[in-house]
Design a binder for this molecule. Structure first.
Ligand code: FMN
Ligand code: SF4
Length: 511
């Protein structure tokens, strides 16, 4: 009998040796005359166990990890192909509490399916959402997305259905659906994982968006630093065309949707939606003045949906299972689930998809296990490089949009970066200003000049030069950048700077 072994081909697993492990399993099996079929999957997001190898058994898939090449012969000796015990064994993968306690509405197929097999996708509830959407009038699809309460997962948390309605209400010969896959936030990897591990979910979500708003063409704007996602997406798109899930006659409906991937320009600002559109049109990524909104005048001047990977990949579940089902998860105005990404100095990093409402403490301690260094947690940065630094005393805050904004923070794309007590928060505040200076597109003065002046001011404070006056100037500068910047890069830099000053003032007074 042929044994089936699952080994991820996700970039994080590859960086930890998954390719070498896959080769070692194949050659060990052949040396022992055993028949083994290796299925390359995405990652389940338990980064602390990668490379996580799974074996199909009558008792379900058994997990072993983290597996290195030198462990492979021992795994065969122990009988891992039959799911036998070994020091790296974790039992049935779906019983690992880190995973079983999650609510995987969007990431449920990750690590389970072969990412480029459309048959596998369809066998795991894939394309049910599109099938349902094709039987509905466009306005009803849009209403379902509004009713689900889905808000943009790229950072701004704008209601996805309302954005779609604006595009639907425009009359134009050509409309577009664009997917923002630039994923520039530090400590984030949910978009990458999804595109590498379940690309059809994104393709299906974009197709539903096209049918809903009347767009026949879509583009995925993918950050150039994601070569694995680029390959997987292109392979999946070619398969979707060949199986009539894309093209001129989607699922025999006579409806058309064309899709292609465009590589990004390697700048953080290209993730800002209007900059992304400039870049997609072949120009330098520079922010456009709004209005008009992209939903009215976007790509090539036409009505355009711009959504993040996770927003779009959440849509198939909403259409397949109903808006009410999706909306039944979450808290307050934060409906559904959020893929939270645990990174930095944390023992068990990875992807945690849970309904909104769990606390930061649950994330950092129950899932993360505290710091990797074993030292006390001092700060957690939530929401990417422009997110606030929160002290350990604020870890009881629930993860939802309103609760975080209530403490002067924001959820952004769901990145949670943990720091221990050796971190110098004045240095981190300086880094935020420096990041803004380096990444500024240069279009407006508060950001272009203000960020450079900000670095200088923080340097003076750290050096103890005229400290009180310079602290006052930093405060004024933050206000100017907040109110005078054209986009969120300059407009949000005050979050890390002010939160560091507010919660860790002692770090600014060391000299
Ligand atoms: C400086 C800056 C960088 C951004 N980078 C990204 C990004 O990498 N990915 C993303 O989806 N949204 C990013 N955004 C947010 C986008 O402008 C936009 O709100 C989002 O793509 C809309 O999709 P959503 O409504 O599905 O979140 C960025 C915004 C700013 C101001
Ligand atoms: S805030 Fe910065 S990045 Fe945004 S438009 Fe102004 S200069 Fe460009």
């Amino acid at each position: 009998m042929t044994a089936v072994v699952y080994i991820p081909r996700d970039a994080s697993a590859l960086s930890l040796g998954a390719e070498r492990v896959a080769r070692a399993v194949a050659s060990e099996a052949s040396a022992r005359g055993l028949e083994v079929r290796i299925v390359r999957t995405g990652s389940r997001g338990l980064m602390w166990l990668e490379p996580l190898v799974e074996v199909a058994t009558p008792r379900g898939r058994q997990a072993y990890g983290p597996v290195q090449v030198q462990d492979v012969a021992g795994l065969f000796d122990a009988g891992f192909l039959e799911g036998q015990v070994h020091r790296l064994a974790h039992g049935p993968v779906e019983h690992i509490e880190w995973l079983s306690s999650q609510q995987r509405l969007t990431f449920g197929r990750l690590g389970v399916v072969d990412p480029v097999s459309v048959t596998d996708y369809a066998a795991h509830d894939g394309y049910r959402g599109l099938q349902a959407a094709l039987a509905m009038p466009p306005a009803q699809i849009v209403q379902a997305v509004i009713d689900s309460g889905l808000r943009g997962r790229g950072g701004a948390a704008f209601p996805t259905g309302i954005k779609w309605k604006t595009v639907l209400d425009q009359s134009a010969a050509q409309k577009y659906v664009t997917c923002n896959a630039d994923e520039g936030d530090s400590g984030t990897f949910a978009d990458r994982m999804l595109m590498e591990g379940d690309p059809f979910a994104l393709i299906e979500g974009m197709t539903i968006a096209g049918i809903a708003v009347g767009a026949t063409r879509g583009y995925i704007y993918l950050r150039v630093e994601y070569p694995h996602a680029y390959r997987v997406l292109n392979e999946a798109i070619a398969t979707a065309y060949a199986s009539h899930y894309l093209g001129a006659d989607i699922m025999g409906s006579g409806r058309r949707f064309e899709l292609e991937v465009r590589l990004g320009a390697g700048a953080y600002i290209c993730g800002e939606e209007t900059s992304m559109l400039e870049s997609l049109e072949g120009r330098r990524g520079e922010v456009r003045v709004r209005p008009p909104l992209p939903a009215i005048k976007g790509l090539f001047g036409q009505p355009t949906v711009v959504n993040n990977v996770i927003s779009l990949a959440s849509v198939p579940t909403i259409l397949a299972k109903g808006a009410e089902y999706y909306a039944s998860f979450g808290s307050g105005k934060s409906r559904g689930t959020m893929p939270l990404q645990l990174a930095g100095n944390v023992k068990r990093g990875g992807l945690v998809e849970r309904a909104f409402g769990l606390t930061l403490r649950e994330l950092v301690y129950d899932y993360g296990g505290g710091t990797a260094s074993g030292r006390p947690v001092r700060a957690v940065q939530v929401g990417g490089p422009l997110g606030a630094y929160l002290p350990a005393s604020q870890l009881e805050t629930p993860v939802d949009y309103e609760a975080l904004s209530g403490i002067g923070a924001m959820l952004g794309h769901g990145g949670i970066v943990v720091f221990d007590d050796t971190i110098d928060m004045a240095g981190m505040a300086r880094y935020a200003m420096q990041f803004c200076a380096i990444e500024s597109c240069g279009k407006c003065t508060p950001c272009r000049i203000g960020s450079t002046r900000g670095v200088e001011l923080i340097d003076r404070v750290i050096a103890g030069i005229d400290r009180e006056r310079n602290l006052g100037l930093i405060d004024e500068l933050c206000d100017t950048m907040l109110h005078g910047s054209l986009c969120g890069l300059g407009g949000m830099t005050h979050f890390p700077v002010r939160s560091a000053l507010r919660h860790f003032p002692e770090d600014f007074r060391r000299s």
